[in-house]
Design a protein around this ligand. Sequence first.
Ligand SMILES: Nc1nc2c(ncn2[C@@H]2O[C@@H]3COP(=O)(O)O[C@H]4[C@@H](O)[C@H](n5cnc6c(=O)[nH]c(N)nc65)O[C@@H]4COP(=O)(O)O[C@H]3[C@H]2O)c(=O)[nH]1
Length: 511
Amino acid sequence: MPFGMLKKRQFKHRLVRAILVGSLCILLGAISTIGQTTSNLKRTTLMRMAHAQRLAEGALDSANQAATAVIEDLGKECLSPVLLQLRMQVAYFQTVRSVNLVQGNQIYCSSLYGHYAEEINFDSYTDGTLYLVNDNRVKKDQKLIIYRKVVGKDSIVVRLYGDHILSELSVLSIDLPLGLIVGQQQWQHQQTPSTPLISPDMPGYMELPSTHYPFKIVAAISPANYLSYIWYFSRFSLIAWVLLSVIVGFAVFRWSGRTISPEYELRQALENQEFIPYIQPVVSGHLMRETGCEVLMRWAHPTMGIIPPDNFIPMAENCNLIIPMTQALMTQVRKQFAPMAQLLPKDYHFAFNITASHFRDFNLVEDCRAFINAFGDNPIKLVLELTERELLVIDEVTERLVNELHKLGVMIAIDDFGTGNSSLKYLQHIKVDALKIDKSFISKIGIDTHSVHIVDNIIDLAARLHLQTVAEGVENEEQASYLKARNVTFLQGYLYGKPVPMEDFALQFYD
Ligand SMILES: Nc1nc2c(ncn2[C@@H]2O[C@@H]3COP(=O)(O)O[C@H]4[C@@H](O)[C@H](n5cnc6c(=O)[nH]c(N)nc65)O[C@@H]4COP(=O)(O)O[C@H]3[C@H]2O)c(=O)[nH]1
């Protein structure tokens, strides 16, 4: 069934659409969650760096205060009052390990050793004021930050406990290591020789230089840091997005099922003019030549090819599209044949299938008028075949419409006579011009006497009511002779020609 195939195709489309929308939803969710989380990580890292910077500056401020407090003693002899001053600073500032007075490059007085001489190379000090020491003579592995306050040619050197700053750094380096850089030197918490130094060529490198001292705090957020941060903080919202996407995808699937219903397909097809006429010749039983034709609708589907009417007409009737579809068909036939009216045999007839509901629509009269008028000088006959799929409501409206049609000269035939329940009722109530004997009876001529009796009876009934007869489905000479012998008015069937596309059918009149 084509509608079955259509459904399959639609199912595929719906599935693809739902997957696309669902994926888009996941993508948007992932982008927004990941974007937010990564900017959070950057912001948090910057905040930690700023905190680390304040801590380091705080320690150096202490060193500066200690140095300032002993500035008066610089140049004085390293005796008890001076030493007392130096040692008071060490006692006062928790992070200060020693305070030393320096003349030129020489320490001459130290809070640690008293009067004492040590040469210092200040060239390795960053900006001449700051230096990091990893090992010192007094205690191995003890890290020191050395701060130098320059006073003319002399200076005060304050040594600070580096471990204090490093342990503060460790708290701030929980997920992401921070580094303290002074010149070329770098400290990180729990640094080993194999610990990679944080450098500007690392992905996600960030630095925060101090505005007061020559050091900076650095960090590098690697993709792995981002991933673990996202997993830690945003996994639930990512899962929520996935669930939401599934729901949205499902909703799209359901929704598009409604949009691409068979009715929607038919409407689209009508808009795209996919319903086209096929035409089958009808011959006169008396003259044995073509005196008319029946127009039969086909759906020229863009992917499935030509679809026969039984597969879509019932659906078209159910969703009230059959009327515009029939109008479109009549227009196409009119446009094809009216310009070549002179080529048509005299009194040539065109038969269209009309459903019961169409017999209540007065536009049908106008469509018929337009059709007949279009042929001008060589008038044709228009036959409307009342199909029996829908039940015709016989009331004042139908009767009036049928009268109007008759006034125009339109002939009315009952299609597939004898197969429906109401054929006889129609005969009783509306003025009918012809009966079409269904092919299911014709095919049994010479085979089944019961069916042949029915054929005889229909012919007899038509004769009594002065109605014309059309035998459809005539496939062989035996059937044709039988019908001709009983004066059936018209014969139609594969014996005389199959339905063919309208343009092909029209070609015969140019011969
Ligand atoms: N086996 C056999 N079949 C023959 C022979 N000669 C003609 N036929 C077929 O018999 C059907 C005759 O049309 P129908 O009884 O009006 O029956 C039509 C008609 O009820 C409906 N239909 C077709 N076009 C239209 C239309 O434009 N509007 C409406 N409402 N119904 C239509 O669809 C039905 C089927 O149409 P088709 O498939 O075109 O089938 C056509 C035709 O192709 C033959 O010798 N042997």
